[in-house]
Design a protein. Structure first.
Length: 255
């Protein structure tokens, strides 16, 4: 069983689901006594609720989108984030991350971080800053669908918190997406294990992030290694999505 790390694709699916159907509190009258309940609402109502939250809170948090290493955060995600946060693009060079930044997002870097940059990120975490690291263990040639290992230089930071991104591809023969291969005459559907489809018990129903997601299809995900050091440091690790017990991993160069 492997834990997914292809978080950019995972986050896109999450945002699409959460904006399609969300939950919002509403008041109803029951024999003259008002009570608070939760019901399913449309995306329009969810946007109204989000707007109310945004204008009534005293300070809007600021997120920094890290650039300069080939990062690429999908535009739909940025637009959703802008509904709740102030967004700034930042470059981590020889200076510390500004105190006005509440959290940073590192989305799919393709270039290494210098030791100085990693030190700046680590100091930001030590000061209470939040970090979302969306990392790819492999790179994919979209034309040939061949893979190669990425040098995940941020692993040196992640390992201190009990987790590591592996340079592999997770295949799931039991639950995967059906793709179509186009020939000159017709299309041929086939099962594609490197494109796991996560459903049911593979999704954490106790997390607000994934409780309403019905299914996720994640192409070429990599696995995570979890270390016992996290328990010693009292770091909590929450599973959001995982493949079936029949899944396995291949090195990026062999997938």
């Amino acid at each position: 069983m492997y834990f997914l790390i292809d978080a950019r694709k995972f986050a896109c699916s999450v945002f699409r689901e959460l904006t399609a159907v969300s939950t919002a509190p509403s008041f109803s009258s029951d024999f003259g006594n008002s009570r608070l309940r939760t019901k399913k609402t449309s995306s329009k109502t969810a946007r109204i609720t989000a707007a109310i939250v945004r204008v009534t809170r005293e300070n809007t948090p600021t997120l920094g989108i890290v650039t300069g290493h080939g990062e690429n955060l999908a535009e739909p995600i940025v637009k959703e984030l802008q509904k709740q946060f102030n967004i700034e693009n930042i470059e981590i060079q020889e200076i510390e991350i500004p105190s006005t930044i509440n959290g940073i997002i590192i989305a799919g870097p393709t270039q290494d971080f210098t030791e100085r940059e990693k030190f700046v990120i680590d100091q930001f975490i030590m000061r209470g800053g939040k970090v979302v690291a969306l990392l790819d263990g492999i790179s994919i040639d979209k034309n040939t669908l061949t893979t190669r290992a990425n040098n995940v230089s941020l692993n040196s930071i992640l390992e201190a918190y009990g987790v590591k991104v592996n340079n592999d591809v997770v295949l799931d023969p039991s639950s995967n997406q059906i793709l179509e291969f186009q020939t000159e005459l017709f299309r041929i559907p086939f099962s594609y294990p490197p494109y796991p489809r996560i459903v049911g018990k593979g999704l954490n129903r106790e997390s607000a992030i994934t409780e309403k997601i019905q299914a996720l299809a994640v192409p070429f995900p990599s696995s995570l290694t979890l270390f016992d050091s996290a328990k010693k440091e009292k770091i909590e690790i929450f599973e959001l999505a995982k493949t079936t017990p029949s899944s396995f991993a291949l090195p990026g160069s062999q997938a």
